[in-house]
Design a protein around this ligand. Structure first.
Ligand code: PLP
Length: 395
């Protein structure tokens, strides 16, 4: 029976990263997978996480299962981090959350809850969106519609088109929004645009589902959460999938959290009970290590300060690289790349054709996704000139 299953190709992004790893050209440039890399091309362990880990090694006395909602201190810490200390939804006790295996696990738990509430519900996703969204959410039986989002000609959000398309989203529908640092395009909604989305959700009754995988990597922890916090203040219901992969560097520890904002505390408790049952049928209990580290950092003021300062430097470095890249690319190509500076987080589309992307790979060992999405954090002082020159040659 099992032998009938065909061999599948590698995941396009992870497969490309493997091709890049195998390339022996010393000048190769890896702009593929969305991980933060420092000036030396290393994805670092945060100092505060390292310290928390040392403390944990000393103190940990058991590896018994966690309860299904996860590490006790992790959920309140994440709720404050995502929604802010001043959140009225938190003060009103209408928020619950469950620890999940990474942002992906958090999205999946959110999808399970939507499917339980409304089987086959329609989820509106941006065009384009992270390619994992549709298989991840679709595997529970949800249906999809797309709303126009990124406009290649202007390298920005086509907000009029987004609004036009979302007029079709009604009560019972879910609208998936990237909380900040849109993957793949880096083009985010402005404060005013978030507010219009809030008006539409209020008037039309759709429920926002926020994918929040990059908090702190755009403009800072609070600034990046401003849009979703605005919605949280206004709307009765919302789901948020938060990840600690990027902003705490806990990628492989699979640390994330699904937050539910409900109309009251009773509904929030009901959603948590549903999420625990969903987790039980999918993976039973979440992994402990990453959430123990995150909750240690979030509950210790010195570690929190240390973590925030390191995250702030990362965010500053990414924004600095964006500016450097604009200047180098404009100098080498004579074209306008100003849009890279305006975009947020790790990703931008360079606006190259798939043939140009292929030539960059084949002739220059410069690796980016076929869509010309780059991971800006893969740029550094050693490769930026080579990168800009290579791009100039293919243009
Ligand atoms: C848009 C988006 N959402 C969610 C995730 C999930 O991240 P993880 O499961 O690694 O926490 C990612 C990771 O790359 C992402 O880019």
């Amino acid at each position: 029976m099992l032998e009938a299953l065909p061999l599948l190709p590698d995941d396009p992004i992870l497969g490309l990263a493997a091709v890049c790893r195998a390339d022996e050209n010393p000048k190769k440039v890896d702009l593929t997978v969305g991980i933060y890399m420092d000036e030396n091309g290393v994805c670092p362990v945060f100092e505060a996480i390292q310290q928390a880990q040392n403390m944990l090694v000393e103190r940990e006395v058991s590896k018994a299962y966690l309860p299904p909602a996860g590490v006790a201190g992790f959920n309140p810490g994440m709720q404050k981090l995502v929604l802010g200390e001043g959140s009225t939804a938190l003060a009103d006790g209408r928020v619950s959350s469950i620890q999940a295996p990474g942002g992906c696990g958090a999205l999946r738990i959110g999808a399970e809850i939507i499917q339980a509430a409304s089987p086959g519900a329609r989820v509106w996703v941006s065009d384009p969106t992270w390619p994992v969204h549709i298989p991840l959410l679709g595997s529970v039986g949800l249906q999809f519609s797309t709303y126009r989002y990124y406009e290649p000609q202007t390298h920005g959000v086509n907000f009029d088109a987004m609004v036009e398309d979302l007029k079709g989203a009604g009560a019972g529908d879910i609208v998936l929004l990237h909380g900040c640092c849109h993957n793949p395009c880096g083009a985010d909604l402005s404060k005013e645009q978030w507010s219009i989305v809030g008006d539409m959700a209020e008037a039309q009754g759709f429920v926002p589902f926020i994918d929040f995988a990059y908090q702190g990597l755009g403009d800072g922890l609070d600034a990046d959460a401003a849009g979703l916090r605005h919605l949280a203040e206004r709307l009765p219901e919302m789901i948020i999938a938060a990840s600690c992969s990027k902003n705490m560097g806990l990628y492989r520890e699979r640390t994330g959290c699904t937050l539910f904002l409900a109309k009251d505390g009773k509904s929030a408790d009901a959603l948590l009970s549903q999420a625990k049952v969903a987790a039980r049928r999918v993976y039973s209990m979440p992994p402990a290590h990453g959430a123990l580290l995150a909750s240690t950092v979030l509950s210790d003021s010195a570690l929190t300060a240390n973590w925030q300062s390191e995250l702030h430097s990362m965010c500053g470095r990414i924004n600095g690289l964006r500016s450097d890249l604009v200047e180098k690319l404009q100098a080498s190509t004579g074209r306008d790349f100003e849009f890279i500076r305006a975009e947020k987080g790790m990703f931008s589309f360079l606006g190259l054709s798939s043939d140009q992307v292929q030539t960059l790979r084949d002739d220059y060992s410069v690796y980016m996704l076929g869509s010309s999405r780059i991971n800006v954090a893969g740029v550094n002082a050693r490769n930026i000139d080579y990168l800009a020159d290579s791009i100039a040659k293919v243009l």
